[in-house]
Design a protein around this ligand. Structure first.
Ligand code: DAT
Ligand code: MG
Length: 149
């Protein structure tokens, strides 16, 4: 098992509903590192870039609109098997199919307001993280002198 970094986005509906802390808390409790984090209002180009694999699908344009409609929180989550683990903790894309205990299972109802985003593969994580963060904004916990985990 290797340490990985993945992109987590706390989407507009979650920010509006005051769920930032509760969502971040789940990943902290799991022991993941918050390696970078910022509250931003996504630019259209960023949303188009993020969802470029979905160009041409019916939900592409509404999703870009939604993601740029109000502030979001962008987070780089780091830790063992982080890419798959964050996807699991986020839950299935459709909140009505997401397991209870997952973020979408506990907080969501609709696929077009599904609370969070997580990169779906190493390739996606490597592509998505630089849409939101410069290299120097991502902190390296391996450099910490005192280690708790
Ligand atoms: P995921 O976010 O789980 O990786 P995805 O990559 O298939 O899901 O789709 C990206 C986002 O687009 C998803 O989080 C919500 C939106 N979306 C997907 N399918 C949709 C649909 N059928 N109707 C409306 N929005 C949809
Ligand atoms: Mg996806």
């Amino acid at each position: 098992m290797e340490k990985q970094r993945t992109l987590l986005l706390i989407k507009p509906d979650s920010v509006h509903r005051g769920l930032i802390g509760r969502i971040i808390n789940r990943f902290e409790e799991k022991g993941f590192n918050i390696s970078a984090m910022k509250l931003i209002w996504m630019k259209r180009e960023q949303a188009e870039d993020l969802y470029s694999p979905h160009v041409g699908k019916s939900f592409y344009e509404p999703t870009v609109e939604y993601m740029t409609s109000s502030p979001i929180v962008a987070v780089v989550v780091g830790g063992f098997d982080a890419i798959n683990q964050v996807r699991k903790m986020n839950g299935a894309t459709r909140p009505n199919e997401a397991d209870p205990g997952s973020i979408r299972g506990d907080f969501g109802q609709r696929v077009d307001n599904n609370c969070v985003h997580g990169s779906d593969s190493l390739e996606s994580a490597l592509r998505e993280i630089p849409i939101f963060f410069k290299d120097e904004e991502i902190l390296d916990y391996e450099r910490c002198i005192y280690r708790w985990l």
